[in-house]
Design a protein around this ligand. Structure first.
Ligand SMILES: Nc1ncnc2c1ncn2[C@@H]1O[C@H](COP(=O)(O)OP(=O)(O)O)[C@@H](O)[C@H]1O
Ligand SMILES: [Mg+2]
Length: 338
């Protein structure tokens, strides 16, 4: 299948708006003790059974995310995004398949391991601002809470550093009701990062915010994760995220379908520009899913014709004319297979 590169012209990010980085706060960064990817799912299945009705929310999902990567997860409502995040966060168990996060096997975890996993390995941010924070605690107290529970040392310093990192230096003593929606979500991100998790999971964290606040929260989240070395999987409809993260994965009917990778290339004139390229997942059996837009545009259905070139495979609509020709070639044994 040929992929169509799309070229995006992009302005460079203004460095003066950069937030504090991990160099300023050496105690904050993520420490990994495992090798390999931070998120690894193979043929993940989740079936919900309610009153005899089965819903296959995940139908053999494959996903690999490397340490430190920031990945946007997009997909229609009901495609299984929240189900996936629920499993990766340790709140829910898959029905089948395999999943490992930061080296922890999510299917064989004991109850005690699960508690430890939720405290130390993953951080979670929900869409509902009210669900992320305790209303009677200040921003600083909310951020401190996970570190109190896990008995971390140098708590006050750490809380201060995290609030600083998320641009909330002057909000420490305010309660959630005294903060804007965007500020509340930034406190929620700081709280989720409090115990230096390897992975930050966020399910539509800006779903209740306006465009400006939304863009700001996502930018700050990316910056913070980047400087801490945290891997991020964020469910979002916001095009400003998918345009700015290196990798956007689309999920369809409980499976990862296509993804877009963005990178910087230097052209002949030495000029740097960002390039976005579309990919599709290929599973162990060699199955791939074509983007819906290509399928509709080319009227692909039932079966498609493949042409194997030396470096790639072409996918063609199944036109009958060609099929008749191919049939004759077989009949007369004129097999000029190259
Ligand atoms: N607790 C549940 N019980 C039964 N069905 C559920 C439950 N949670 C989600 N589903 C179903 O699973 C599918 C995927 O849902 P979800 O993961 O919430 O999708 P998304 O977050 O992409 O909108 C949907 O068909 C949804 O109705
Ligand atoms: Mg959802």
């Amino acid at each position: 299948m040929s992929t169509t590169p799309q070229h995006h012209q992009e302005q460079t990010v203004d460095d003066s708006t950069r937030l504090a980085t991990v160099d300023d706060h050496a105690t904050l960064g993520t420490v990994r003790e495992h090798q390999g990817p931070d998120i690894w799912c193979e043929d993940l299945v989740r079936i919900y059974s309610t009153e005899g009705v089965e819903v296959q929310a995940l139908q053999g999902l494959n996903l690999v995310v490397d340490p430190g990567d920031v990945v946007a997860l997009v997909g229609a409502s009901g495609s299984g995004k929240s189900t996936l995040l629920g499993i990766l966060s340790g709140l829910d168990r898959p029905t089948g398949g395999r999943a490992r996060v930061a080296g922890v096997d999510l299917l064989s975890m004991s109850r005690a391991q699960r508690v430890d996993y939720q405290r130390h390995t993953v951080g979670f941010v929900w869409q509902q601002t009210s669900r992320n924070l305790l209303p009677f605690l200040s921003a600083a107290e909310n951020v401190a809470l996970p570190t109190v529970i896990s008995g971390r040392r140098e708590r006050a310093r750490r809380v201060e550093d995290l609030l600083d990192l998320l641009g909330l230096g002057d909000c420490a003593d305010r309660r959630p009701t005294e903060l804007s929606g965007g500020q509340q979500q930034r406190v929620a991100i700081a709280t989720a990062l409090a115990n230096s998790p390897a992975v930050l999971l966020a399910d539509e964290p800006t779903g209740e915010l306006d465009d400006t606040a939304s863009a700001q929260v996502l930018e700050v989240m990316r910056e913070a994760a980047g400087s801490l070395g945290t891997t991020v999987l964020v469910v979002t409809h916001d095009p400003t995220v998918s345009d700015h993260v290196r990798r956007t994965v689309a999920i369809r009917d409980g499976r990862t379908s296509t993804e877009v990778l963005r990178y910087v290339v230097t052209d002949e004139s030495g000029e740097q520009r960002r390039v976005a390229r579309e990919y599709t997942v290929i599973d162990r059996a060699g199955r791939i899913q074509l983007p819906q837009a290509h399928v509709e545009e080319l009227g692909l259905r039932d079966r498609v014709r493949l042409e194997h070139e030396s470096t790639h495979v072409q996918v063609w609509p199944d036109d009958e004319e060609h099929r008749t020709g191919a049939g004759r070639a077989v009949d007369t044994q004129e097999d000029d297979d190259d």
